[in-house]
Design a protein around this ligand. Structure first.
Ligand code: FPP
Length: 250
C-alpha cells in the first residue's frame, strides 16, 4: 500500500502540530477492558506519531496528555495516568535521545506528584541538547489556566515597575504564555470523533487548521498523521485575506 508520506510536500510542512489525543477510554471499553488499558495502548500511538513527525522534519509536536480538568477524573484513573507517565518517560528517554528529540512541558507542573515532577525534570535535562523534533507535553495544562497565570505575572511585573501597562502589546502578552518559545500550531488534530478544542491552545490556535478524525487515539499512528498533513497541505490558508490576495502573494 502506498504511504501518504510520498504525497507530502516537505517544503510546506506545518512547523508545529498539536494533537488532542482523545478516545482511549472508549477504545478500551469496546474491548471490554478498563480505561487505563486504553491509555496504556495510547503510548504506542504517541511513539509512532513522534517518530513520524521526526522523520518528516516537523519542528514542534505538542500533545495534550493531561488537562487541568483531568484532575477531576476518578482518583484511580488519575493515579494510573501519572504512573504511566513516569514509566513511559523513564523508558522512552533513550529512544528520544537516539532520535534527537527534545522533550519540553507546558502546564502547571507543580500540580504533579513529586516523583512525576522529578522524573520529568530529569527527562527535560537529559534531552535538552537534542536539536531535532521538539516534543511538547501539555501536562496539567489548560488555556484558561495559562491565561490566568499570564495575567497574574503581568500584574506582578507592573506592580514591581518592570512593565508599564501602556507597553503591553500582542508580543509582550505572548511572552507571558506557556508557549513563549513555541510558534503557533498550524495544524491541530483531534482524534476520538468529538469536534471541540477543550481548553487547548485557545489563544495560539487563532489561525490553526483543525483536523478531526473519528479514529480513537490508540488507532492513530504515523500513517494517519501523514494523511492529516496531506489534508492540511490541500487547504488554502487566508489569515483574514481574500483568496485572490493569497494567490498573488500580496
Ligand atoms: C483522552 O482519552 C486521553 C487522555 C486524557 C490521556 C492521554 C494519555 C496518553 C495517550 C498516555 C500517556 C501519554 C504520554 C505522553 C506518556 P479519554 O480518556 O478522554 O478517552 P474517552 O473520550 O474515550 O473517554
Amino acid at each position: 500500500m502506498q504511504s501518504y508520506k510520498q504525497n507530502i510536500d516537505l517544503s510546506n510542512l506545518p512547523r508545529h502540530i498539536a494533537i488532542i489525543m482523545d478516545g482511549n477510554g472508549r477504545w478500551a471499553k469496546e474491548k471490554g477492558e478498563d480505561r487505563l488499558y486504553g491509555h496504556f495502548h495510547g503510548v504506542n500511538s504517541v511513539r509512532s506519531v513522534a517518530e513520524g513527525a521526526s522523520e518528516l522534519g516537523v519542528e514542534f509536536l505538542t500533545l495534550y496528555a493531561f488537562s487541568t480538568e483531568n484532575w477531576d477524573r476518578p482518583q484511580e484513573e488519575v493515579n494510573g495516568l501519572m504512573e504511566l507517565l513516569i514509566q513511559t518517560i523513564r523508558k522512552e528517554v533513550p529512544v528520544l535521545n537516539k532520535n534527537n528529540i527534545r522533550l519540553s512541558v507546558i502546564g502547571d507542573l507543580s500540580m504533579l506528584p513529586n516523583d512525576a515532577q522529578a522524573e520529568m525534570e530529569e527527562a527535560l535535562k537529559e534531552t535538552s541538547k537534542n536539536i531535532g523534533l521538539n516534543l511538547v507535553l501539555a501536562l496539567s495544562y489548560s488555556s484558561r489556566w495559562e491565561l490566568v497565570n499570564a495575567v497574574k505575572k503581568i500584574a506582578e511585573d507592573i506592580e514591581s515597575g518592570k512593565l508599564k501597562a501602556n507597553d503591553i502589546n500582542q508580543s509582550v502578552l505572548e511572552s507571558y504564555l506557556a508557549t513563549s518559545n513555541i510558534p503557533d500550531p498550524e495544524l491541530m488534530i483531534r482524534t476520538g470523533g468529538e469536534h471541540r478544542i477543550s481548553n487547548f491552545l485557545l489563544y495560539q490556535s487563532a489561525y490553526t487548521e483543525l483536523y478531526f478524525t473519528d479514529l480513537k487515539w490508540p488507532d492513530f499512528d504515523k500513517e494517519k498523521l501523514f494523511e492529516a498533513i496531506c489534508d492540511f497541505q490541500n487547504r488554502e490558508r487566508r489569515f483574514g485575506k481574500t483568496g485572490e490576495q493569497i494567490k498573488q502573494n500580496k
